[in-house]
Design a protein around this ligand. Structure first.
Ligand code: ZN
Length: 152
């Protein structure tokens, strides 16, 4: 790029034309000192103030950057998050590692922590004699089969 090139009226120069809505070739119509003041579009013949091409590009870039920098709000997860928080509260900070792996051949007691292969961590809220338990999982309650409670 030759920056030191002396421009004079009558020279060709690229400028953004508002009528053509693009950068077009212009002829310099007027100079103010060493700066281009007025240009005439070679395409539509409109006479307007000179708009440097590079400055236009920079402005556009910065604007689009600000737009994409804004955080995208996702309020859809709030319902799921609430359910998970309720579940955590129900577990009362109990150690998930202490959960007993669920199997229908095992027997469970109320307040037992179970680990189900499909539903995950759950809490036994009710024992339904003779062989069912009501377990609350993160996604809701499930009635599960278990071995009949054997009295110790
Ligand atoms: Zn034009």
């Amino acid at each position: 790029m030759t920056i030191n090139k002396e421009l004079t009226a009558g020279d060709d120069i690229d400028s953004r034309c508002l009528k053509c809505k693009q950068v077009t070739n212009h002829t310099i119509a007027a100079m103010v000192g060493s700066k281009v003041a007025k240009v005439q579009c070679n395409v539509c013949r409109a006479l307007h103030n000179y708009r440097p091409v590079q400055v236009e590009k920079k402005t556009t870039l910065r604007r689009s950057g600000e737009k994409s920098g804004q955080p995208v709000k996702t309020p859809r997860i709030s319902k799921e998050l609430k359910a998970e928080n309720n579940f955590r509260e129900l577990l009362g900070g109990r150690d998930p590692l202490a959960a007993v792996r669920y199997a229908m051949t095992k027997s469970f007691a109320e307040d037992d922590l179970v680990n189900h292969s499909v539903f995950g961590l759950g809490l036994v809220t009710r024992v339904i004699p003779p062989n069912k338990i009501d377990v609350v999982f993160k996604e809701g309650n499930k009635i599960l089969i278990c071995a009949a409670k054997v009295k110790k």
